[in-house]
Write a new protein. Structure first.
Length: 357
């Protein structure tokens, strides 16, 4: 179950699960709040799509209850943090209590706990509801600890699942050419990947990039989102239009990463950042914010990448300068990074999502 099949990390993970689950063990349907999104057309043909045709997640409670009561499903599995409330409400009011219900947490709970009064109330409701789940799938060890601490769920119900991020045909994907006139020059390239939303903090990266000593470097940003116009305005004000490029949503990010000098993740919050894993798998030198949660589980500072404090523009700039000028260090970090993400290979990771069932 998901809201849509957009371009985010959880959408990509869901697509991989749909492609690779064991057809001898499972027959799978996919329920969507709206049957739309960048990845919608890639859903496997043998997966039934149930379009709930709702404009809000909270309107999905009764359609989801009907799915529980339909006798068609043994397991209800949500891969969206946002769908946990409607899914668990549907479970409570349905007649079929024996259906195994798995919900997911994919981003740090700190953001929701420390936000508006409305969101704090919603978080309290969600915490109680989460206790009604049979299992809670999380994407990092730090997030598992947060779920136990802040929701009161029994530790035995919280399962760490590795996101299927690294494809088996990685070498083939890396070798593909980038079809863009702005990505052809033999000059240093910094890549960032993610939704263009405030939580991803791309604005900080642009500000930091503007202060680099290396004035020939380019910044290439892959992703879509509501902040694009604001980011374009920032680029214009900083007179960086000839060095900062937006490539939108890309099916194959590996062809960009394999040709990059650096990958930077400036996020304020994460769960387990898939794009960072992809960059590491490509042997790219990586710099990431030490945000809640995920990066510190992937990067051992100065051994396979570099970390900086959230919003610390000065340190981020220093890190980028260091690796742009010290290519040997960047190469060493990239080689070590590549060796540290084997558990995120498609088949290894997919098994972690289903083995406990």
């Amino acid at each position: 179950m998901r809201p849509t099949m957009g371009s985010g990390g959880a959408d990509n993970v869901t697509l991989r699960l749909l492609e690779m689950f064991d057809r001898d063990k499972y027959t799978v349907s996919l329920a969507l709040m709206k049957a739309e999104g960048e990845l919608y057309s890639q859903i496997p043909n043998d997966v039934e799509v149930i379009d709930l045709q709702k404009s809000s997640l909270y309107f999905t409670v009764f359609p989801l209850m009907k799915l529980y009561d339909s006798l068609n499903y043994d397991i209800i599995y949500s891969t969206s943090s946002g769908m946990s409330i409607p899914v668990l409400l549907a479970k409570i009011i349905s007649q079929r209590k024996e259906v195994t219900t798995v919900v997911s947490e994919r981003s740090s709970l700190q953001r929701r706990r420390n936000s508006s009064t409305k969101n704090k109330l919603i978080f309290r409701l969600k915490s109680w509801l989460t206790q009604q789940a049979d299992y809670v799938a999380v994407v990092s060890d730090a997030l598992a600890s947060e779920v136990v601490k802040y929701t009161g769920v029994e530790k035995s119900k919280v399962l760490r699942c590795y996101n299927p991020i690294v494809p088996e045909n990685l070498d083939e994907l890396k070798s593909q050419e980038v079809d863009s006139e702005t990505y052809l020059y033999d000059i240093p390239k910094i890549v960032a990947i993610g939704r263009l939303e405030k939580v991803k903090n791309i604005g900080l990266l642009i500000d930091s990039f503007s202060e680099l000593e290396h004035k020939n470097a380019e910044l290439h940003i892959l992703g879509v989102g509501s902040q694009k116009e604001a980011l374009l305005q920032k680029v214009s004000l900083l007179k960086l239009a000839d060095r900062v490029f937006f490539h939108g949503f890309q099916d194959n990010v590996f062809k960009y990463l394999s040709k990059a000098s650096l990958y930077v993740l400036p996020s304020k919050f994460e769960g387990m950042p898939g794009a960072l894993i992809q960059a590491m798998a490509c042997g790219c030198a990586c710099i990431a914010s030490d945000c809640y949660t995920g990066p510190a589980e992937l990067i051992d500072h100065r051994k396979n990448g570099l970390l900086f404090k959230i919003n610390d523009k000065e340190t981020l700039t220093q890190h980028m300068n260091e690796l742009l000028y010290n290519k040997d260090k960047a190469r060493e970090l990239g080689e070590q990074a590549q060796r540290s993400v084997d558990q995120y290979l498609f088949r290894t990771a997919v098994e972690s999502y289903f083995s406990f069932l």
